[in-house]
Design a protein around this ligand. Structure first.
Ligand SMILES: [Zn+2]
Length: 155
């Protein structure tokens, strides 16, 4: 997908709702070290929205990005299929490499709205941000994965 730059005023109601959720999450960021609060919101195929903010730690390696917090909250709630992600930072930063790999585990073609605090937005997708990703299916076919997932959910 060729990234599309637009004004946040041009967003569809669905993207506006997701971005508003990401903006609210950003206000809850725990970022005393970087002073770079990030908010993310992912919409599952079920329609539910899960939010995340970055959560930093004095031991830097323990810091977690907003996108991963949102995905982990969603997965912990039983969601594994996603249809959209919005992320907002002051500068309009895209998800980091680690988050891209985590996201692609669940939604290879995830549409992603990247926004800044100056009302700009950039619509892209995960395939564009992470081409040739480490393959989720390295351990089996998609059907095998789904069968294993079903058997896990029955226990
Ligand atoms: Zn990240």
């Amino acid at each position: 997908m060729k990234p599309v730059t637009l004004s946040q005023a041009e967003l569809s109601p669905e993207w506006r709702t997701l971005l508003d959720a990401a903006m609210a999450a950003r206000r809850r960021a725990y970022a005393p070290y970087s002073c770079f609060p990030v908010g993310a919101a992912v919409r599952a195929v079920s329609g539910a929205i899960y939010t995340g903010c970055n959560i930093e730690n004095a031991s830097s390696g323990l810091t977690v990005c907003a996108e991963r917090v949102a995905i982990w909250k969603a997965v912990a709630a039983g969601e594994t299929a996603f249809e959209a992600l919005a992320v907002i930072t002051e500068s309009g930063a895209t998800p980091c490499g680690a988050c891209r790999q985590v996201l692609i585990e669940f939604a290879a073609e995830l549409p992603i709205l990247v926004a800044d605090t100056a009302a700009h937005a950039w619509l892209t997708d995960l395939q564009t941000l992470l081409p040739d990703a480490f393959p989720r299916l390295l351990y089996g076919t998609d059907d095998e994965w789904r069968a294993a997932d079903r058997s896990r959910s029955q226990t």
